[in-house]
Design a protein around this ligand. Structure first.
Ligand code: ADP
Ligand code: GLC
Length: 491
């Protein structure tokens, strides 16, 4: 069995250099965890302005000229904290602009995203093939989400020997769909544009390409792996995923337990641990001050940190907020995204001054302070491939209330008589994404909140759970090994 494997991890985000969501956290933590297991994992990512600015020591590796894309340079650098080697794609025309990785400042997708991520996919494929310009030999190409989905298709049509591929789906809702004519522009052969290929209802789908051509597929929790094979959460891909059932597994994400450690978190004004919780109460008091909430130590404080999209169920938060407030609770919400929902949240805050705080924007420090200062964390996502905040909250003794879906179902143990008795309860889960079911779950949480002995126990249960990356990284290692074992040429 091969133990020293070279893994090329291709991604469009990495924390803290470029982040829009949990993919960035995973891209930073998983390769680092794999390296700790002895694998040589390296990350391929676009050289966005902020990436290049953060890595002034990046050195040129190789220069290339590609049809369609023109001149490109690959740079070598390492991640500041973990030392994970990076291969950065320098292409000023594509990546050096202000805005987010996918959108301009006004929230519109960049019109040339098919070129930008077509290039990322094409280079991932090149580095994983026998014609790679690098001396470093790739054993497995690990692709992530639609932005790298074309890579397995490029390899399939490359006509050269190549590493086998693993495609991880972090969110099936984002598929990278572009007009049919982009297929030829990106250098894919006409025969790829079929139902048995990259075509999706007359368009080119980057994600479908990955799901169709990759050797193995994973998603970020076992429950989501099951859910996406059915129409409700399959986003049109359930048929294909059913047909690839044998190649699809779910591996739940871990979290970075150093960055998210209430005993040492540099974003917190005080520290605490399961054994010494007093710091948490002080953080709550300071957070109330910071957010203009009434300074009531006993008022249960609900936290929400999230992209604001229909996926995350903020409409459900809006629907139950009046009842929560009426029962004496406070709400601290941080997020950005959908402008209609943002407006509704802002209105909620102005209706309930001192009781609801809404901060629209992206604020890493405040996210940590809400995780630590809140009592209860709300995550009523309609679907959630894995979700990270519910794990951060458990680690911070902030009990999550979650919709029982995807990774939320796999990582939160609902408080019932049995789980309370056996010490495994670590939050509250509800079955249908409706205001009524959500409200009932928050009321179950509040009923325990007023019982300090039970609440203390619950917090401790959550804080003691192991969400570190090691066990997930071992599952990826085993999967890589099985892919290589299957892929090995017959002697
Ligand atoms: P998703 O990737 O679908 O957005 P996850 O729960 O996997 O959901 O990851 C979200 C990540 O982004 C978490 O690390 C969370 O703390 C962070 N996050 C989301 N919105 C904000 C925000 N407005 N400010 C700070 N951090 C945020
Ligand atoms: C996606 C999902 C989220 C998951 C993250 C990292 O953005 O929406 O549930 O935790 O990817 O895998």
């Amino acid at each position: 069995m091969k133990t020293k494997m070279n893994i090329l991890f291709a991604t469009s985000e990495i924390y803290p250099l470029a982040k829009t969501g949990g993919l960035a956290d995973v891209s930073a933590a998983l390769p680092a965890a794999l390296r700790k297991l002895g694998l040589d994992a390296r990350v391929l990512l676009p050289g966005y302005t902020q990436v290049l600015a953060a890595l002034p020591e990046a050195r040129p590796l190789v220069s290339l000229t590609l049809p369609t894309h023109g001149a490109v340079r690959l740079l070598s650098a390492t991640m500041p904290d973990s030392g994970v080697p990076l291969i950065i794609i320098e292409h000023a025309g594509y990546f050096e602009r202000s805005g987010s990785p996918y959108q301009d400042g006004s929230g519109q997708d960049w019109p040339d995203n098919y070129l930008r991520f077509g290039l990322l996919s094409q280079l991932a494929a090149l580095l994983a093939s026998a014609t790679s310009p690098l001396a470093w030999h790739v054993d497995i190409l690990h692709c992530n989400d639609w932005q790298t989905g074309l890579a397995p298709a490029y390899l399939h049509f490359s006509g050269t020997a190549a590493a086998p591929t693993l495609m991880t789906v972090h969110n099936l809702a984002y598929q990278g769909i572009f007009a049919a004519d982009t297929c030829a522009l990106l250098g894919l052969p006409p025969e790829s544009f079929s139902m048995q290929g990259v075509e999706y209802y007359g368009n080119l789908s980057f994600l479908k390409a990955g799901l169709f051509y990759a050797d193995q597929l994973t998603t970020v929790s076992p429950t989501y792996a099951e859910e996406i094979q059915h129409e409700t959460l399959g986003f049109g891909m359930h048929g294909l995923l059913q047909s690839r059932h044998d190649a699809l597994t779910g591996i739940v994400n871990g979290i970075d337990t150093d960055a998210w450690n209430p005993a040492s978190d540099p974003h917190l004004p005080r520290h605490y641990s399961a054994a010494r919780m007093t710091g948490k109460a002080v953080i709550k008091q300071l957070l109330q001050q910071e957010l203009g909430l009434n300074p009531l130590a006993d008022a249960p404080l609900f936290g929400v940190i999230s992209r604001i999209t229909p996926q995350k169920g903020q409409d459900l938060v809006l629907a139950i907020a009046p009842q929560l407030i009426q029962s004496g609770a406070q709400l601290a919400i941080l997020g950005s995204g959908d402008s209609v929902l943002e407006l509704a949240l802002r209105r909620l805050a102005s209706t309930y001054p001192g009781k609801v705080s809404v901060v629209i924007g992206y604020d890493e420090g405040l996210a940590h302070r809400i995780e630590a200062g809140a009592d209860i964390f709300l995550m009523p996502s309609r679907f959630e491939p894995c979700g990270l905040n519910q794990m951060y909250s458990q680690r911070y003794g902030t009990l999550p209330v979650v919709h029982r879906t995807g990774g939320l179902a796999d990582t939160v143990v609902d408080a019932t008589d049995t789980t309370l008795a056996d010490g495994s309860a670590s939050g509250f889960a509800f079955d249908s994404a409706t205001p009524g079911a959500f409200l009932t779950a928050t009321q179950r949480a509040l009923a325990l909140y007023v019982n300090p002995v039970q609440w203390k126990k619950l917090r401790k249960n959550g804080m003691q759970r192991d969400f570190s990356w090691e066990s997930s990284a071992r599952q990826y290692q085993a999967l890589y090994q099985s892919i290589l074992a299957t892929d090995a040429p017959v002697a």
